[in-house]
Design a binder for this molecule. Sequence first.
Ligand SMILES: Nc1ncnc2c1ncn2[C@@H]1O[C@H](COP(=O)(O)OP(=O)(O)OP(=O)(O)O)[C@@H](O)[C@H]1O
Ligand SMILES: [Mg+2]
Length: 149
Amino acid sequence: MSAFNAILVASDGSEHSLRAVEVAGRMAASDNTPLYVVNVIRDMQFPQALSRMAEVERLVGTRSDVLKYVADKILKDAAQVAKKAGAKTVEQVTTSGDPATAIVESARDKGADLIVLGTRGLGGVAGALLGSVSRKVSNLADQNVLIVR
Ligand SMILES: Nc1ncnc2c1ncn2[C@@H]1O[C@H](COP(=O)(O)OP(=O)(O)OP(=O)(O)O)[C@@H](O)[C@H]1O
Ligand SMILES: [Mg+2]
């Protein structure tokens, strides 16, 4: 019997997150657990009055096309790493919003009872051991959380 119903691993494309994907891939492989790889596109915040300007609307549209493209590429690479580590069933999930909140919600949606993350990500502020997303996920989640060093 599998230790987990399903595993969800979060990737922002960083080296740290790809190490987490590798570990999650190996875990999924060992007992044939479904694996979800998720990338969260961060919300952009600006005053509402600005978002109603036609020019801003057009630029925001272009920006989200680019971000969607990048998210797809990050997930494709992550899925490849997971499969190379032996995972059989890998599903890619793109979502948006606050990364930590969206990661926890995706896990709930997919019925994943283990969330796997890297210690750090693309932010890379020197000194701190944990990034804000891994810290917030471990605070928010009622699922198990594995932070890969
Ligand atoms: N946008 C995202 N989508 C999916 N997973 C993410 C995202 N951002 C972070 N993660 C996950 O969280 C882990 C830790 O990244 P985090 O963002 O907390 O660190 P950081 O980028 O170094 O710091 P900060 O973002 O606080 O500047 C990553 O290795 C990855 O697993
Ligand atoms: Mg980050």
